[in-house]
Design a protein around this ligand. Sequence first.
Ligand code: FAD
Length: 389
Amino acid sequence: MGRAVPVTGATFDVVIVGAGAVGAACAYFATAAGLRVVVLDRAAIASGTSSACEGNLLISDKEPGPELELALYSRQLWVGELAEHAALWEYEPKGGLVVASSEPVLARLRDLAARHRALGITVDDADPAALCDREPHLNPALVGGAFYPQDAQVQPMLLVAHLLRLARVQGAEVRAGTAVTGVLRNGDRVVGVRTSDGDFSAGTVVNAAGTWAADIARLAGVDLPVLPRRGFVLVTEPLPVTVRHKVYAAEYVADVASSAGDLQSSPVVEGTPAGTILIGATRERVGFDRGFSVAAAARLARGALALFPFLAGVRVMRSYLGFRPYCPDHLPIIGPDPRAPGLWHACGHEGAGIGLSVGTGSLLAQTLSGAATALDLIPFAPDRFAENR
Ligand SMILES: Cc1cc2nc3c(=O)[nH]c(=O)nc-3n(C[C@H](O)[C@H](O)[C@H](O)COP(=O)(O)OP(=O)(O)OC[C@H]3O[C@@H](n4cnc5c(N)ncnc54)[C@H](O)[C@@H]3O)c2cc1C
């Protein structure tokens, strides 16, 4: 498959565009595979969506299929090859508690849990008493739930910073403040990038520009349907440990899978090591509008209170927003683009790019170095959307 093709006089095997979680993971694994790598970002490292998100590494919210397989593969890396670095990015195997407020919702949750179990995923059914044992402050009106001990959390900005630092130790160059403005070509082949800081030639250009990946693809003359899906998060004042796990309403799974453009919100509540509680997350397709939305904040607050009534007495300290890199079929785009030889993509991870970053980087490095890939990349093919247009 598409091993990095040396370009005569090229300084690098791989140019990675974008220093978010995905670009950083690609750099880490590509350098570990012995490739010469440079990472370019137009702004600071982790200045895109990777610093405007939460850091959940979730198995529980994914329907069986390619995204779940990538999440399980990523988990293998988080707890295996990368375990020695876990403390650097505050890896916390806290587990996810999915809760239901009505019997029909609980029935759907049980069905998903059964399909997860069939794949070997650990899920513990929870009745109201078990919910209370795990989270004593939960609303007692909830009818039941499911506990996923394999769900975990990291601090995303620390993740990016340390993956890039480790990549540098392995020989990578990292250039912040370097905007990619064009691609270099040799005939049809993409052989590097033009930037605000000069040209970088390489055997392969990896587009890890997250929500801006369509712009990079366009520079090479190809379309990628990556669009922004805005999300708000509320941050409370710091508290003693009150919420122990990632707790979310079962409706969240349907929201994640939906393609609706209008405002969606189902409560996701989690504590952080700093004591603040994060309350997420809305989803809406409003382009890159950075305006504060009272409607979104109100929905988040209402949803959180339905799970944890004690939050009524807790102050919200701030809110932030980010733009998820959304693809119409909710799958990331990973691998070589046959429409522009030399251009590869690692983007479009929507609301799961922190969790899936390491699996993506590992798979990309496997293909770039000519090794067999741990997963089939066909579901993630960059040209899979072409026939729908
Ligand atoms: C509210 C919210 C909550 C979320 N919660 C979670 C969660 O709990 N778990 C999870 O796994 N995911 C979560 N996500 C999704 C996750 O944040 C993203 O999927 C992930 O950050 C994408 O990483 P990335 O590296 O692809 O993109 P980014 O982090 O956006 O990095 C792309 C980089 O490309 C750079 N770039 C763009 N154009 C150029 C150019 N022309 N030249 C050079 N550089 C360029 C940008 O500056 C940016 O730094 C959440 C997202 C939101 C909005």
